[in-house]
Design a protein around this ligand. Structure first.
Ligand code: C2E
Ligand code: MG
Ligand code: MG
Length: 601
C-alpha cells in the first residue's frame, strides 16, 4: 500500500493495493480523532463497496486491541458472513486470527505497512493475502488501520502446481532431475565428512526399440511399470527419481558400505528380469546400471551425476544388463572419449582427415584393378590415427556422416584424376565404406549424386561397401536406398562377410555386386580346416549369385594360393600393399604395378 496521506482536512485519498493495480478510494475521517472516543473512519462506502476486492478499516483501541469499523461487500462475501464490524473474532476466521493480530500490532507499533498471507476459513479453505497500513495521527500514534485482503488461492494453487511440475515427471509422477539434484545437495550436506551418499542410475536397454516398434504409449506403459516395480525394491529412505527418457535414479543416504549400494543396484536391475506386458505384447528388456558413491566433503551433485552416467555408459559398453561401479579408469576413458569427440569436430573444420588407399588385385589379370579408400585422422598431437581409434565415436555422435561425405568426395575425385591421367589404361575402381549411420542418413543418395556430379566419376567405378551385419539390421532401409543407388549404376559390396548372422537369402533381396570375405576367415586359411570350408562355401555361393568375391586381409602366400585354388576373384591385403597415402599409391597406379609373380605363385 502506498499509504494514506493524512492532512488537516477530513478526507483522505487512500491507495489500496488490490492485486497488481492499486485502487484509489476516498475515505472520510474526522481528523484529528475526537477527544471523547476512538477515531472512527467514515468511509465513502459507495465507492469502496464497489471495489471487487475486500477492503477493511480497523480502529486501534489500545495496545493490541483492535476493532473492525468497516468492511466492504467483497470482504463480507469472502468471509461468507454478514458480520462486518466489531470484534476481530467475528470478522476474521479463527484460523487467520493470530496472523491478523500480529500484523495489526506490528503495523500499529512500527508505523509501517505489513503484508502477510493466511489460510482463511475452511469451506473450502482460501489463501488470503492482506496488506495493512497504519493511519497515524498528528501525535505520531496509530489510530486506525486500513487494509485490503485479496484471495490468492488460485494464484497459489497454480504456483504450487508449477512448482510441482518443475520438480516432477508428468508421466510417472516421480520426482525429476531438478528434485534429484536438490536431494543430492541435501544428502551431501547432511552426510558431512563421515557419511557417504550413493547414487544408482538405471538406463533401460533398447527402450527406443519399444517406442519405435510398439509405439510411444507402450513405451509410457513400460516406464510406469518399471517405476512401480523399482519403488517396491527401495529400502526406507532411498529416493527414486526419473532423470528423463529411459533413465531412472535412486539416491541412498548414509551409505555405510559400497557393497550395500551395489546390492541395492543389483536388486533394482533384477526388476527387469521379469518380462513387461504391454497390451498384447510381452517384452523382455534389461537395464544398464551405474553406481557411484560420494567421495569426501568436496563432493557435488554435478560430479555424482556425471560419474554415475560414465558408469552407466561402461555398463552398456560391457554388454548391457550389468551393474558397474564407477572408478577412475572409467573417468579417464570418458575424458578421452570426450576429447576424441571434440577433436573430431575440430578435425572436420581444420581438414585433418586423410584418405589412404589399399590396392585390390585381380587373380585373373594379376594386376591392381581397384583401390579401397580408408580414412585416417592426422591428429595434431597423437599423430596418424586409424579408424579403430575414432570411428566408433564418430558413428555414435553422427559425425561419421560429414566425415564419410568428405571421404567419398576425396576418394572419388582422386580416382577420377588418376583415370584421367592414364586414359589408355582400363579404369580403376574405388571402394568406399559406408557405416550404419550413413546408410540411414536420408541425404545419402543426394550426397552420392552430388559427389558423382562434381567429380565426374563413372558411377560404375564406385563400390559402396557396407558391413554385413549393418545390412541385415537395416534391411528395409537398405532395400530402398541401395535400390536407388543401383539405378544410378553405383555398385554395392558386402563387407566383412562371413562373421555376421546373414544368410545369402538375406542378401538376395538386395542389389549387391560384391562379397568381401572377412579377414578373420582368411587368417584361418591353412590353419583351420573349418575356415577353409567356410571360405570355399562363400566363394561358391557368391558365384552362384553372380557376385564378385574378394578376400580381404591376405597376408601370405599360402592364403593367396588357397584363395586362387578356390576361385576367388579379387584379393586385398598386406601381402600386396598396406593402405597408403595417395602420392604413394599414385606411383603404383601409374606403373600399373603387377604382382604377377605373387599372384601366380
Ligand atoms: P574394412 O572396410 O574391412 O577395411 C579393411 C581393414 O583391414 C582396413 O583397416 C585395412 O587397413 C585392414 N587390412 C587390410 N589388409 C590387411 C591385412 O592384410 N592384414 C590386416 N591385419 N589388416 C588388413 P582400417 O583402415 O583400420 O579400417 C578399419 C575399418 O574401418 C574398415 O574395415 C571400415 O569398416 C572402417 N572404415 C575405414 N575407413 C572408413 C570410412 O571412410 N568410412 C567408414 N564408414 N568406415 C571406414
Ligand atoms: Mg571395407
Ligand atoms: Mg572389411
Amino acid at each position: 500500500m502506498t499509504g494514506w496521506h493524512p492532512s488537516n482536512s477530513d478526507s483522505f485519498e487512500a491507495r489500496i493495493p488490490v492485486g497488481p493495480t492499486p485502487i484509489t478510494g476516498v475515505l472520510e475521517v474526522p481528523f484529528p480523532a475526537p477527544a471523547d472516543g476512538p477515531a472512527e473512519v467514515v468511509v465513502d462506502t459507495m465507492l469502496l463497496d464497489l471495489l471487487p476486492h475486500p477492503v477493511f478499516a480497523v480502529a486501534v483501541d489500545g495496545d493490541d486491541v483492535f476493532r473492525f469499523i468497516y468492511t466492504n461487500d467483497s470482504y463480507r462475501a469472502l468471509l461468507a458472513s454478514d458480520s462486518s464490524t466489531g470484534d476481530l473474532r467475528h470478522v476474521v476466521p479463527a484460523n487467520a486470527l493470530v496472523a491478523h493480530v500480529r500484523a495489526f500490532a506490528a503495523a500499529a507499533r512500527e508505523l509501517r505497512t505489513v503484508s502477510f498471507e493466511a489460510e482463511w476459513g475452511s469451506t473450502p479453505p482460501r489463501r488470503v493475502a492482506v496488506d495493512v497500513t497504519p493511519i497515524v495521527g498528528t501525535d505520531g500514534v496509530c489510530e486506525q488501520l486500513v487494509g485490503a485482503a485479496y484471495d490468492v488461492s488460485e494464484h497459489r494453487r497454480i504456483e504450487a502446481e508449477l512448482a510441482h511440475r518443475t520438480r516432477h515427471d508428468p508421466l510417472t509422477e516421480l520426482p525429476n532431475r531438478v528434485m534429484l539434484v536438490e536431494w543430492l545437495h541435501a544428502a551431501l550436506a547432511k552426510a558431512g565428512d563421515e557419511a557417504r551418499v550413493g547414487l544408482v542410475i538405471l538406463d533401460i536397454d533398447h527402450f527406443k526399440v519399444v517406442n519405435d516398434s510398439l509405439g510411444h504409449e507402450a513405451g509410457d506403459e513400460l516406464l510406469l511399470t518399471a517405476a512401480s516395480r523399482l519403488g517396491r525394491v527401495l529400502r526406507a529412505g532411498d529416493q527414486l527419481a526419473r532423470l528423463g527418457g529411459d533413465e531412472l535414479a535412486v539416491v541412498c543416504h548414509n551409505v555405510s558400505s559400497v557393497d550395500d549400494v551395489l546390492t541395492l543396484a543389483r536388486r533394482l536391475r533384477a526388476v527387469f528380469d521379469q518380462p513387461f506386458s504391454l497390451g498384447d505384447d510381452e517384452v523382455c528388456l534389461g537395464a544398464s546400471v551405474g553406481v557411484i558413491v560420494s567421495d569426501g566433503p568436496n563432493e557435488t551433485p554435478t560430479r555424482l551425476l556425471r560419474d554415475g552416467d560414465v558408469a552407466v555408459f561402461a555398463a552398456k559398453e560391457l554388454g548391457r544388463g550389468r551393474v558397474e561401479l564407477f572408478d577412475d579408469a572409467m573417468r579417464a576413458r570418458a575424458v578421452r572419449r570426450l576429447e576424441i569427440e571434440s577433436g573430431l569436430r575440430r578435425a572436420l573444420v581444420r581438414g585433418e582427415f586423410r584418405v589412404h588407399y589399399q590396392p585390390i588385385v585381380a587373380f585373373g589379370r594379376s594386376e591392381m584393378i581397384g583401390i579401397e579408400a580408408l580414412v585416417r585422422w592426422e591428429h595434431p598431437e597423437l599423430g596418424l590415427l586409424e579408424p579403430a581409434a575414432f570411428l566408433e565415436i564418430a558413428e555414435e555422435t553422427g559425425l561419421i556422416v560429414p566425415i564419410g561425405a568428405w571421404v567419398l568426395h576425396e576418394a572419388c575425385s582422386q580416382t577420377a584424376r588418376w583415370c584421367a591421367e592414364l586414359p589408355q589404361q582400363s579404369p580403376l575402381s574405388i571402394a568406399v565404406n559406408l557405416s550404419a549411420r550413413q546408410l540411414n542418413d536420408p541425404e545419402l543418395v543426394s550426397i552420392v549424386d552430388s559427389v558423382l556430379a562434381a567429380t565426374r566419376l563413372d558411377p560404375a567405378l564406385l563400390t559402396l561397401e557396407i558391413n554385413e551385419t549393418v545390412l541385415v539390421e537395416n534391411r528395409d532401409v537398405a532395400v530402398d536406398v541401395l535400390g536407388q543407388l543401383a539405378t544410378r549404376g553405383v555398385r554395392i559390396g558386402v563387407d566383412d562377410f562371413g562373421t555376421g548372422q546373414s544368410s545369402l537369402a538375406h542378401l538376395s533381396v538386395l542389389p549387391v555386386d560384391t562379397l568381401k570375405i572377412d579377414r578373420s576367415l582368411i587368417a584361418g586359411l591353412g590353419r583351420h580346416r573349418q575356415d577353409l570350408a567356410i571360405v570355399s562355401a562363400i566363394v561358391g555361393l557368391g558365384h552362384a549369385l553372380d557376385l564378385t568375391v574378394t578376400a580381404e586381409g591376405v597376408e601370405d602366400e599360402l592364403q593367396l594360393h588357397t584363395l586362387r585354388t578356390l576361385g576367388c576373384d579379387l584379393a586385398q591385403g598386406y601381402y600386396f600393399a598396406r593402405p597408403q597415402p595417395g602420392q604413394v599409391v599414385r606411383a603404383l597406379v601409374h606403373h600399373r604395378f603387377r604382382w604377377s609373380e605373387r599372384i601366380s605363385a
